[in-house]
Design a protein around this ligand. Structure first.
Ligand SMILES: *Cc1c(COP(=O)(O)O)cnc(C)c1O
Length: 398
């Protein structure tokens, strides 16, 4: 295979299908168990729960649905407020809005780009008030029912400090661990620190079920409620009795089958991501102005997307210029997400800002991150990055 071929397109992050996917899917097709129930749905829930060390898991149709259903399960109601990371994929804020609630966006910290907990503490202290009903936002008069910390790039929000904050102010914690399946913090899996944790199995995540999500929790009542709400709130038995207006968020068996096969590969894939991160990091050591995102030593990250921060002054070109240069060489890169406070979809939300997420949006670039990246492909990326400033100087001189 011509993996070192400079002319082939190198995608940002593609799925890696190399285990029992075919045989499990074939079983679904051969038996016609393709739809909303089946042995792979049950198995997928068991396997994910066991892997992260949670008591219960509920499989759903995607990560967004997982967050939405978890918020409703935690009692978030229309008109409530829910705090979340400003620097995140749009799904987090969308899920809050789907619940009829108002996101309040909290900026990122400078070092590891996770939700800034000092800012959160300051916000609660100065701008909220704890009443008998819970935490109230002075500004809006609305109740703050929950917080959704996002483990950006499969690193970790400081969950011990965040949980302490949440207990003090009586706020439910729903972790958005979409990028962090396989990561742990202080030896405990991410997604199991909050009241409920949410994972995504979209095609660009560390592993995939084609599309899918899982909610985990240690609380039996919450698990039952989440299962009920995501399966149309149907009473057991043959009749169509539904106890409330709920959701059809069930994960099809045929997708759960892919998810089961991918779960068998998860540890191996995370190892490869970590190896690639080490390789990239080594290569960038000699490049002034380029720093690779990393997590602190008490976090074992997934390195979901390898992401660099470009200091344009030192490096000699900006992140956007670098992205265009790499694009010319068929190397796919992406900026980080537009922060929610700048997103046309969510810019009307209240936001607590320091300017960090906006700066990260300008300066950061995710570079090829597939689990299947070969050594020569890694070299191709790092060589292409290293050659960018000279290329731009050359072009400007011409
Ligand atoms: C991928 C992702 C989601 C949503 O997952 P889907 O399965 O695509 O709905 C949510 N939050 C974050 C941070 C993500 O990266």
């Amino acid at each position: 295979m011509a993996t070192s071929d400079q002319s082939t397109f190198l995608p940002l992050c593609e799925p890696c299908i190399q285990g029992n996917e075919w045989s499990y899917v074939k079983e679904c097709l051969d038996t016609a168990w393709v739809s909303s129930v089946g042995r792979f749905v049950d198995k997928f829930e068991r396997v994910v729960a066991d892997y992260v060390g949670a008591k219960y898991a509920v499989a759903v149709v995607n990560g967004t649905a997982a967050i939405h259903a978890a918020l409703v399960t935690m009692g978030v109601e229309p008109g409530d407020e829910v705090l979340c990371s400003d620097l995140t994929f749009v799904a987090t804020a969308n899920a809050i809005r789907h619940a009829g609630a108002h996101p309040v966006l909290i900026d990122a910290e400078e070092q590891h780009w996770q939700l800034d907990i000092s800012l959160l503490e300051q916000f609660a202290q100065e701008r909220c008030q704890l009443s008998e009903q819970g935490l109230r936002n002075h500004n809006t008069g609305r109740m703050i029912r929950a917080i959704v910390p996002v483990h950006v790039l499969g690193g970790a929000v400081d969950m011990s400090r965040l949980n302490e904050w949440a207990r003090k102010w009586n706020v439910a914690v729903v972790e958005d661990a979409a990028e962090a399946l396989g990561a742990d913090y202080l030896g405990r899996r991410l997604g199991t620190w909050g009241d409920m944790g949410c994972f995504s199995f979209n095609g660009n995540k560390v592993i995939t079920s084609g599309g899918g999500g899982v909610i985990v929790t240690d609380d039996e009542q919450l698990a039952k409620k989440a299962k009920h709400l995501t399966t149309t709130a149907k009473e057991p038995g043959g009749e169509y009795i539904h106890t409330e207006v709920a959701f059809n968020y069930r994960l099809p068996n045929v997708l759960a089958a892919i998810g089961c096969a991918q779960m068998e590969l998860l540890d191996q894939f995370v190892d490869r991501k970590r190896e690639a991160a080490a390789r990239y990091s080594e290569a960038f050591r000699s490049l002034d102005g380029i720093t690779l995102w990393d997590a602190p030593s008490d976090v074992s990250a997934t390195y979901w997307l390898h992401t660099i921060r470009v200091n344009a002054q030192k490096f000699g070109c900006s992140a956007r210029q670098l992205m265009a240069h790499l694009g010319d060489q068929k190397i796919q890169c992406r900026p980080l997400w537009q922060p929610m406070h700048l997103s046309p979809a969510h810019k009307s939300c209240e936001s607590i800002l320091t300017g960090v997420s906006a700066q990260l949006y300008d300066e950061c670039l995710s570079i090829p991150s597939s689990v299947s990246l070969t050594s020569s492909q890694l070299d191709r990326v790092t060589d292409a990055i290293a050659s960018c400033p000279a290329e731009i100087r050359h072009r400007n001189a011409a």
